[in-house]
Ligand binder design. Structure first.
Ligand SMILES: C[S@@+](CC[C@H](N)C(=O)[O-])C[C@H]1O[C@@H](n2cnc3c(N)ncnc32)[C@H](O)[C@@H]1O
Length: 333
């Protein structure tokens, strides 16, 4: 180790640093290759001369690379979630769900999964803040969606539905009552599905705990898939990701099957809405988008045009979006 506080002549300092560098070169290689330590382990005082400094940075970079290689998975995971903010990717969301489920101490009611946990334990809608995460009274909304769908697609037969991102199952149960047919509710939340099975079941509902990703495949074929406030569509504008998910959903639909996406407008700029044209062109499917929709306004005046005008005016006056979007994706084959 050099003691730079000693008043050494420049020449002596260089000589010492050179001999230090060569005598320690092998040691550093073996340290870098064989043992783990943080890339910031070397002390600067050891390398405070010209040769020393370059060797310091060389080994530090080497160490950094080894460290990155070793922790690549965690770095990628953090990058995806924190930097790129891709928490909505199925594999990331599944990890978030697992963490929340296994964490009994700091329950975070701002996440779906913290809220589902409290609902499962207490059934208390206020305490769990469940209304921030699920529509717990979706019957009216579902009947309106059904009547609009019937008007737009009068010839489509419906005897089997599935409901992606069903959460606690309120929506799945409502779908089974309104359509009077079998409905499968699917969600990656273990506790959400447990709640749905216990408290939102009837003879027509089935609940499946599953992560919906590009390999999503059910054992049956269905007429309609409902995806209401389903994150891959509502919180992302990642075109490739959405195409993968939509292709996977279509693999579970019969000929002329429908995907019905329903979500708030306020996150429109970061949602599937902006990709619909590209998706329909790429997948060679048909689509129909209804924006500036609101079930309460439509309930009073059952006209899509009038609802659109009222919601547009309200949004302009209050400089805030009130509307919802309904998107139909139609499988042609
Ligand atoms: C905001 S909640 C909406 C729940 C319900 N659709 C509603 O509107 O009341 C979104 C739900 O979608 C589920 N979800 C999101 N992405 C998913 C995925 N890739 N696979 C399975 N479930 C997913 C979440 O676990 C969560 O329960």
């Amino acid at each position: 180790m050099f003691d730079i506080s000693n008043e050494l002549s420049t020449k002596k300092l260089l000589e010492e640093s050179r001999s230090f560098y060569f005598s320690n070169k092998l040691d550093h290689f073996s340290i870098a290759r064989n043992t783990w330590h943080s890339p910031f382990d070397f002390s600067v005082s050891e390398y405070s001369t010209l040769g020393g400094i370059s060797s310091y940075y060389f080994f530090k970079s080497l160490n950094l690379l080894i460290w990155i290689k070793k922790y690549y998975f965690y770095i990628k995971y953090t990058w995806n979630i924190l930097i790129k903010n891709r928490w909505y990717y199925p594999e990331n969301l599944a990890k978030i769900e697992k963490n929340e489920r296994e964490n009994e101490n700091n329950i975070d009611l701002d996440t779906d999964y913290g809220s589902y946990k409290v609902m499962l334990k207490t059934g208390d809608k206020n305490l769990s803040k469940i209304s921030n995460h699920n529509d717990v009274n979706p019957q009216k909304k579902i009947s309106i969606l059904q009547s609009i769908t019937k008007k737009l697609f009068p010839n489509s037969k419906v005897n089997k539905l599935f409901n992606l991102g069903c959460g606690l199952g309120y929506e799945t149960k409502a779908l089974s009552e309104v359509y009077n047919c079998n409905v499968s509710g699917i969600d990656l939340s273990v506790e959400g599905i447990e709640f749905a099975k216990k408290y939102n079941s009837n003879s027509k509902t089935t609940y499946i705990n599953k992560v919906v990703d590009k390999n999503f495949l059910l054992s049956d074929k269905f007429n309609i898939c409902y995806a209401i406030e389903f994150y891959p569509f509502s919180r992302s504008n990642d075109l490739d990701f959405q195409i993968e998910i939509i292709e996977a959903i279509f693999n579970n639909l019969k000929k002329n099957g429908l995907i019905i996406i329903y979500q708030l407008d306020w996150i429109k700029e970061k949602s599937v809405t902006e990709n619909i044209k590209k998706i329909t062109d790429y997948l060679n499917i048909d689509s129909k988008v209804i924006s500036n929709f609101h079930p309460k306004v439509y309930n009073l005046i059952p006209s899509l045009q009038v609802t659109n005008i009222i919601i547009s005016i309200l949004s302009k006056v209050f400089k805030k979006t009130f509307g919802k979007t309904i998107i139909y994706l139609i499988k042609k084959w």
